[in-house]
Write a protein that binds this ligand. Structure first.
Ligand SMILES: Cc1cc2nc3c(=O)[nH]c(=O)nc-3n(C[C@H](O)[C@H](O)[C@H](O)COP(=O)(O)OP(=O)(O)OC[C@H]3O[C@@H](n4cnc5c(N)ncnc54)[C@H](O)[C@@H]3O)c2cc1C
Length: 408
């Protein structure tokens, strides 16, 4: 332990940061754990944000563990509303908006930032993104205005489709725009995507494929048709609120400034330990010991940046062991993702990047079973829509691990 007694300092109080604290506390009742976070420091489940209307939950109800309760529960300290601006590796110091903080071991759990599209027009600055409960509070406040009836969503990916379904449950008109020709373009093969499209359309979602948003202008109307959105084909749509759901970019700012290896995300080794920019992840003996780790949406492990709950939990459990003095590689089993679109129950487990193979889709009236097989016939991924989602666990059990256990 260093003189400051700060032990493990975690930057970020999202699922990744809090899960590391929880898992480490299970293994070590005494080590000082301190979370430094730019937000309010309370814990909420981010996946609940895209189905809160159907679940009948407001923002206050979504907050599961307020900061004070979390501090008490885990015997940790949370510095909230504090932004880390720099890491001084040699001095084991963080520079923050509230002064310097010493660490012995540092965990970067800084998440990801919404990608902002370049959109013309004076209404572009009012386009919302939801990647945080505070963003969601703004979104819900605007939805509560009686003048907001029609919402445009940019992006028909997982988050865009979930919000589309949820907004329909809440009685809003919904138009979804995507330059791709189908929903969940990166996750679903053609027939499964067509099935999802049909069911979301039956629920009242209007899709506009092959077009993006070119401009968003304010109309000046006090109520109704607050914005006019011109799509890239030149069609004008009168809408009251625009939500962007075009994806997230890992937040690598701090790591990059500190000279840690960064690709799309921060690049730690299998023990989630970051390396100096000039040291390969597997560099051998003699490399300088960097006591900085990366976890969650900001991290890219063995080329995999997986911004989902299951990989984060696997990382947190492995990292807690490493921090407690039992160096442990992260291992990923096959990790299916449930898409929260009640109008079309869907589970996806995409093939790992670079794996060669083909999709085979079986379509019936009540579902689609899509299996991705390698040329040798082995199952490498799947997508299930409708009634076939019941096969999730059986199919996941047939898939090889994404990152296998490694034994010394
Ligand atoms: C709407 C929505 C629905 C989702 N649904 C699902 C789902 O159904 N299933 C699933 O598996 N996944 C889902 N996900 C993804 C999942 O929620 C995320 O992968 C996960 O919550 C990311 O957690 P994180 O802790 O890595 O990042 P974040 O939650 O982004 O936390 C980052 C933290 O870092 C802090 N921070 C950042 N920079 C600084 C700084 N410089 N100084 C101080 N603090 C800083 C932030 O304040 C924040 O506390 C969903 C995501 C969204 C947006």
């Amino acid at each position: 332990m260093n003189a400051s007694g700060n032990g493990v300092v975690i930057v970020g109080s999202g699922l990744a940061g809090v899960s590391v604290a929880r898992e480490l506390r299970k293994l070590d009742a005494a080590v000082p754990i301190r979370i430094v976070t730019a937000d309010s420091g309370g814990f909420y489940s981010k996946p609940n944000l895209s189905n809160a209307l159907a679940a009948g939950k407001n923002t206050a109800q979504l907050m599961q563990t307020p900061r004070e309760a979390l501090e008490k529960q885990l015997a940790i300290r949370i510095d909230f509303g504090v932004r880390v601006t720099n890491i001084l590796l040699a001095g084991h110091l963080l520079e923050t908006s509230a002064g310097r903080i010493e660490y012995e071991k540092l965990v970067l759990a800084s998440g990801a930032q919404p990608i902002r599209l370049t959109i013309a027009g004076e209404g572009a600055a009012a386009v919302l993104s939801v990647n945080h409960i505070d963003d969601y509070a703004v979104f819900r406040e605007q939805l509560a205005s009686p003048s907001v009836k029609r919402v445009a969503i940019l992006g028909a990916g997982l988050i865009g489709c979930e919000f589309a379904n949820d907004l329909r449950s809440g009685g809003f008109e919904v138009d979804v725009f995507d330059i791709a020709p189908q929903p969940l373009g990166r996750l679903l093969p053609a027939q499964a995507a067509a099935f999802m499209r049909k069911h979301l359309e039956a629920a009242g979602v209007r899709f506009h494929f092959g077009v993006g948003a070119a401009s968003v202008e304010r109309t000046g109307a006090a109520s109704g048709n607050i914005y006019s959105l011109t799509d890239s084909a030149g069609t004008i749509h009168a809408v009251d609120l625009v939500l962007s759901a075009v994806g997230l970019k890992p937040d690598t700012t701090l790591a990059a400034v500190a000279g840690l290896a960064v690709n799309r995300g921060i690049v730690p080794d299998r023990q989630l330990r970051c390396c100096a920019i000039d040291a390969a992840p597997q560099a051998g003996a003699g490399r300088p010991e960097v006591q900085v780790f990366a976890v969650g949406d900001c991290a890219e492990v063995e080329g995999l940046n997986l911004p989902y709950v299951m990989p984060i939990m696997a990382q947190a459990r492995a990292l807690a062991k490493t921090l407690a003095g039992m160096p442990t590689d992260v291992a990923y089993p096959a990790m299916p993702v449930v898409v929260k679109t009640p109008a079309c129950p869907t589970v996806v487990c995409p093939p790992p990047p670079g794996v060669v193979g083909d999709w085979q889709e079986e379509i019936s009236v009540d579902g689609v079973r899509a299996l991705f097989a390698s040329p040798d016939g082995s199952l490498r991924g799947f997508a299930l829509c409708g009634a076939t989602t019941a096969e999730k666990s059986a199919l996941a059990a047939r898939l090889p691990a994404l990152l296998s256990e490694r034994h010394p």
